[in-house]
Design a protein around this ligand. Structure first.
Ligand SMILES: NC(=O)C1=CN([C@@H]2O[C@H](COP(=O)(O)OP(=O)(O)OC[C@H]3O[C@@H](n4cnc5c(N)ncnc54)[C@H](OP(=O)(O)O)[C@@H]3O)[C@@H](O)[C@H]2O)C=CC1
Ligand SMILES: Cc1cn([C@H]2C[C@H](O)[C@@H](COP(=O)(O)OP(=O)(O)O[C@H]3O[C@@H](C)C(=O)[C@@H](O)[C@H]3O)O2)c(=O)[nH]c1=O
Ligand SMILES: [Mg+2]
Length: 297
């Protein structure tokens, strides 16, 4: 089996380079790859890559993920998150290949307090969320066999993420202010990559019955503020010599921390469908965050 992996150096892409290996031959590209084009800003060159390789599976871990910057760069965000995805779906469909793709809690408007189910109405608040939703819709419309995993608050030992930002800021400042009224679940790129490999193998073995959208997040729930506190507490335990000058993580409302992009208050995702269809258990979010901190500290 041949797998084309796009976005190989992102948080999830890096872990997929490991987790997909037991499934077959993995051709992994990033935006700078040559002579094969792996740049999602050049959708038609990307189409040529797909035709030249004729993979059995395309796994797309590339995305425009700078949420605030997307508000002022909607065209680039849309090309990468939607137009290139439409081309991948079209080419995969023509080959009879599977397309594995990732989406986000930010497709929802964040209302209520219940974990969102896959079939509930979307309502993105940001350009990032809107373009990610358009990517999902392009895949569904193409008729390609697909797995779309909506995840949230991704972290990894390698790459940039909120946990690492908190560690850095806690070494630079004596006080942090972090939003305490946005709820969700931090999810490790390693977990996402492992579940992807398992689900892909299962889905391919069962025809196209399992094609669809799945919520894939770690268990439990928290706020950005509680997550930040957990990161700093855990870091202090792991490495007491670490010079974390911040003595306080002040809890603030969304309104007290203005950002260019609006973010959902309720980013909880219900993972029953994934767990049931693929016979999986998802660990609590704390387990993976602890492991990542142990690794980087
Ligand atoms: N990060 C998060 O918190 C969340 C992410 N997701 C989704 O999960 C998936 C993986 O995200 P994650 O690994 O965390 O994101 P990262 O930002 O860590 O990685 C994204 C990767 O995409 C690459 N990329 C950006 N533009 C292009 C381009 N034009 N052509 C090719 N590659 C490009 C980036 O390369 P470069 O570094 O060169 O820009 C980077 O390697 C994405 O679909 C994302 O939307 C969903 C929920 C939460
Ligand atoms: C740095 C910082 C952020 N915040 C807030 C802003 C925001 O609401 C929240 C997280 O900030 P970030 O900029 O890390 O989050 P953000 O980039 O919005 O993270 C999102 O990325 C995309 C790709 C996704 O798909 C989402 O699931 C989510 O992970 O914390 C504070 O309150 N204080 C701070 O000092
Ligand atoms: Mg970010």
């Amino acid at each position: 089996m041949k797998i084309l992996l796009l976005g190989k150096n992102g948080q999830v892409g890096w872990e997929l380079q490991r987790s997909l290996l037991p499934l077959g031959e993995v051709v992994a590209l990033d935006r700078a790859s040559a002579p094969l084009c792996g740049d999602l800003l050049r959708p038609e060159a990307l189409a040529e890559t797909v035709r030249a390789l004729a993979p059995d599976v395309i796994v797309n871990a590339a995305a425009y993920t700078a949420v605030d910057k997307a508000e002022s760069e909607p065209d680039a965000a849309r090309t990468i998150n939607a137009e290139a995805v439409a081309v991948l779906a079209r080419e995969a469909k023509a080959l009879g290949a599977w397309l594995v793709h990732y989406s986000t809690d930010y497709v929802f408007d964040g209302g209520g307090e219940q974990p969102w189910q896959e079939d509930q109405a979307t309502g993105p608040l940001s350009v990032y969320g809107q373009t990610k939703l358009e990517g999902e819709q392009q895949i569904a419309a193409s008729g390609v066999k697909h797995l779309i995993f909506r995840t949230s608050w991704v972290y990894a030992a390698r790459g940039g993420n909120f946990a690492k930002t908190m560690l850095r800021l806690a070494q630079e400042r004596d006080k942090l202010a972090v939003i305490d009224d946005q709820w969700g679940a931090p999810t490790g790129a390693d977990l996402i990559a492992d579940v992807t490999a398992h689900a892909l193998r299962t889905a391919m073995a069962s025809g196209d019955d399992l094609s669809g959208i799945y919520h894939l997040v770690a268990g439990g729930e928290t706020t950005w503020n509680r997550y930040a506190r957990f990161v700093l507490e855990t870091a202090r335990k792991i490495n007491p010599a670490l010079n974390l000058t911040a003595q306080e993580v002040q809890a603030v409302d969304t309104s007290a921390f203005p950002t260019p992009a609006r973010r959902p208050h309720n980013s909880r995702l219900n993972t029953h469908k994934l767990q049931q269809r693929f016979a999986l258990d998802l660990p609590d979010w704390q387990t993976g965050v602890q492991r990542m901190l142990q690794e980087i500290l």
